[in-house]
Design a protein around this ligand. Structure first.
Ligand code: PLZ
Length: 434
């Protein structure tokens, strides 16, 4: 039995069943590469689900964390304040979209950022309703899973859900649902389920992540902004997966020229160290009374030091521009493949910047989701040393999340492997059909 196999066996015996895990193990990782427990090399186009945007172990991030570790590693901010936390708040107040006074709180995970954004919106508006979108993902905590627009596996067996959470359709133009349809549905929700002036917040991902890398159309985000303004509803941007340079701008909302009232960040913010942030209009962020927000580990000093280094690296290395370039390279390679017989299952190649996806279908004209094809491609890529992830409400979307620091040759190598994997799977299918 290999070390990896042994680890997977022990995991099965010792770790709770609900914690799903791929069959990949890791002993070390560097930029876009990862080595498993047996020393086998992978190219990593998952980077911990859009977390290591600056690559595994970026030297500047490691140095910042090491330097902080020499001073102190934890105080709990409520007990002893430190400059890094305050400076990160100042920095995020300036960097997030919106030309208005802002304030920030730090937390640890994306789900916590979402929870706190909802708490702020409720405290500010004195209302309780929250609207999210089907196919959206907002975390695994009670409120996070309730807001998440997918039942299995996220809500399965975990009811009852908290009250006053509603879901509206997210516009998926590929599946025939337009911005107009989605906006009309919100009006229907106001008529049928909750009056607009009882809604505290609408939460939306600028690019649905777990849901399948569907990019929110600019007119949709603009219409949501106008709707929220009309009814005094707080607009919350969940930038947990799409934010921090991933889409070619620091925040994905920037593409639409729209500013949310509150922006939630996590994942890419600290390159693998756990910190999240909620940045919002000062009057909304200030609505909760002292002690109402926080947490023992919220804004951990090591993670805060990492976040400062990540933001420096994104700027110094021009990683937003690099994200756009990476996305263009991926798109042209995969669009070309989709014109060949091996690409017959590719329904659409889409995304924003370096947040790219391939939607796989069994019938291009009917756009019938093919989750089996997606899983076969992910498995074949893994066998060939490439880590990619599946996503999508129908489980039929391959997502590609290279680190924004990936070398050009390494990206080419990764795309060669992906093409070979897709070709092999299609050849195998054809042989089985014959
Ligand atoms: N909001 C938009 O993408 C986390 C989840 C992986 P946490 N997405 C990856 C999994 O299987 O749990 C996510 C997200 C968006 C919120 C979250 C939640 O962030 O840091 O996982 O709590």
């Amino acid at each position: 039995m290999s070390r990896s196999q042994d680890l997977i066996r022990r995991k099965g015996e010792a770790v709770a069943n609900g914690v799903g895990a791929r069959s990949i193990t890791v002993s070390r990782a560097e930029n876009a590469e990862l080595w498993d427990a047996d020393g086998r090399r992978f190219i990593d186009l998952a980077v911990g689900i859009a977390v290591n945007n600056t690559g595994h172990r970026h030297p500047k991030v490691m140095a910042a964390v090491a330097e902080q570790a020499e001073l102190f590693t934890h105080t709990c901010f409520q007990v002893a304040q430190y400059e890094g936390y305050v400076a990160l708040a100042e920095r995020l107040n300036a960097l997030t979209p919106g030309d208005f006074a802002k304030k920030t709180m730090l937390a640890t995970t994306g789900a916590e950022a979402v929870e706190n954004a909802v708490k702020m919106a409720r405290a500010y508006t004195g209302r309780s309703g929250v609207i999210a979108f089907s196919g959206g993902f907002h975390g695994r905590t009670l409120m996070g899973m309730a807001l998440t627009g997918k039942t299995a596996p996220y809500k399965k067996d975990f009811g009852a859900m908290p009250a006053e959470i509603y879901h509206a359709p997210f516009p998926h133009e590929y599946h025939g649902l337009t911005t107009e349809d989605a906006m009309a549905d919100l009006q229907r929700l106001f008529r049928s389920s909750i009056q607009a002036d009882r809604v505290a917040a609408i939460i939306v991902e600028p690019v649905q992540g777990e849901g399948g890398f569907y990019v929110a159309p600019t007119p949709f985000l603009q219409a949501l902004r106008a709707l929220c303004d009309q009814h005094g509803i707080v607009l919350i941007a969940d930038e947990v997966q799409a934010g921090i340079g991933r889409t070619g701008t620091l925040f994905a909302f920037e593409h639409a020229g729209v500013a949310a009232d509150i922006t939630c960040m996590a994942k890419g913010l600290a390159g693998g160290f756990p910190v999240s942030a909620v940045t919002g209009r000062a009057e909304i962020a200030d609505a909760a009374s002292p002690g109402g927000l926080g947490g023992t580990y919220a804004g951990n000093p090591l993670a805060v030091a990492a976040a400062h280094a990540v933001l420096d690296v994104i700027e110094e290395e021009g990683l937003c521009a690099r994200a756009t370039e990476i996305g263009a390279t991926i798109k042209s390679r995969l669009d070309a493949l989709s014109q060949t017989p091996a690409g017959a299952g590719i329904g659409e190649v889409r995304g924003l910047g370096a947040m790219m996806a391939i939607e796989l279908v069994s019938d291009r004209s009917a756009r019938t989701p093919d989750a089996a094809l997606c899983n076969e491609i992910v498995a074949e890529a893994e066998a060939r040393g490439l880590i990619i992830l599946a996503c999508g409400v129908f489980g039929n979307v391959v997502r590609l999340l290279p680190p924004l620091t990936i070398q050009h040759e390494m990206l080419d190598e990764a795309l060669d492997i992906l093409e070979a994997a897709i070709t092999t799977v299609m050849d195998r299918r054809q042989a089985q059909a014959a």
